[in-house]
Design a binder for this molecule. Structure first.
Ligand SMILES: [Fe+2]
Length: 330
């Protein structure tokens, strides 16, 4: 029985436009998925595992493993066990906010998983274009710092997206990027990346390092810094030779666990004198300065007299966060 066979019986509706369209779509679905029936099993955490996925695929559909919070090792086992139960195609669902997304993708590639379904949102097209030359899939985590911050996760996102606090809060950062303290950071060109001071080109105390810039960056990217907020909970800061990736895990309305990963190219990690501390120390100081003011905002919002805050016109990026949240609450 094929996908076409399911709907191609000579019934009265056979010639209808809708029926023909459905047949066409079903055919496209089976072609795309490589299964007999274009029905894809939605990935459900803790439910869509080896037994259900292999049963769906064996029945002619397309099963999808829900990776959820699995480690790359657990996913490796789950894929292997699923393959032991079916020789039909199946896919894997990955959550884009998973801190080891890159390793999970590698695991899927190792098993030649034909289809990876991404959940938790895709970066907007503009963001993809801005960061596409950075070899993110190749980078590896060399250091991780966990922070416990007494602030709502949206406060932390808004803090990441506005720059007028930088002049007063981040003296070390402003030494490397003086533009952060000029006009409250209003004129920063995030499309091209923000410029460092003369002679500086990365986020370390000195503004330089012995690590090489990533291959393939354009001229701007070799000397400027880029930052992207990827909804709902991922902040990505890109220097020419390292990335700082922040994943926010809200644990209550007033508390957020933040995992800050420092990623470098394997060719640099392999160097005998590799030492990520110049970047890590710079970020750690800057991060802690941010968390202090986020916690201060949180305390202010907890005041009995607090009713609401106001966005200044320059806070359009923060307004976007508010719109993003509201669309999902309505
Ligand atoms: Fe900051």
């Amino acid at each position: 029985m094929s996908g076409e066979g399911l709907i191609a019986e000579p019934r009265a509706v056979h010639a209808s436009v809708g029926h023909a369209r459905l047949k066409e779509l079903m055919h496209r679905g089976t072609e795309f998925l490589g299964c007999k029936v274009a029905i894809l099993g939605g990935a459900m955490s803790w439910v869509s595992e080896r037994s259900l996925v292999s049963a769906i695929s064996n029945a002619g559909g397309f099963g999808v493993i829900a990776c959820g919070a699995m480690s790359p090792e657990l996913l490796d086992t789950e894929i292997a066990e699923t393959k032991a139960r079916t020789d039909r195609p199946f896919g894997v669902n990955l959550i884009t906010m998973h801190p080891q997304l890159s390793e999970l993708i590698d695991t899927c590639a190792k098993h030649h998983v034909g289809h990876v379904v991404l959940a938790g949102g895709l970066p907007p097209g503009g963001a993809i274009d801005r960061i596409r030359r950075y070899p993110l899939a190749e980078l590896r985590i060399a250091r991780r710092i966990g922070y416990e911050v007494e602030a709502n996760w949206k406060v932390i996102l808004e803090n990441y997206n506005e720059c007028y606090h930088c002049g007063g809060v981040h003296p070390e950062l402003c030494k490397v990027v003086p533009a952060f303290k000029q006009k409250g950071g209003m004129d920063l060109d995030w499309e091209r990346g923000v410029p460092h001071r003369e002679g500086a080109w990365t986020f370390t105390m000195s503004g330089t390092t012995n690590r090489k810039p990533f291959a393939g960056l354009n001229e701007d990217e070799q000397t400027r810094h880029k930052g992207e907020l990827l909804y709902p909970n991922f902040m990505l800061s890109l220097s020419a030779e390292h990335a700082a990736a922040f994943t926010l895990w809200p644990t209550s309305p007033s508390h957020t666990t933040i995992l800050c990963d420092f990623l470098f190219h394997p060719s640099e990690i392999a160097q005998s004198d590799f030492n990520p501390n110049d970047a890590v120390e710079f970020w750690d100081i800057t991060n802690r300065q941010d968390w202090v003011i986020c916690e201060s905002v949180q305390r202010g919002m907890a005041s009995r007299v607090f009713r609401q805050g106001f966005y200044a016109p320059m806070e359009s990026m923060s307004l976007d966060i508010r719109r993003y949240i509201r669309e999902r609450l309505e």
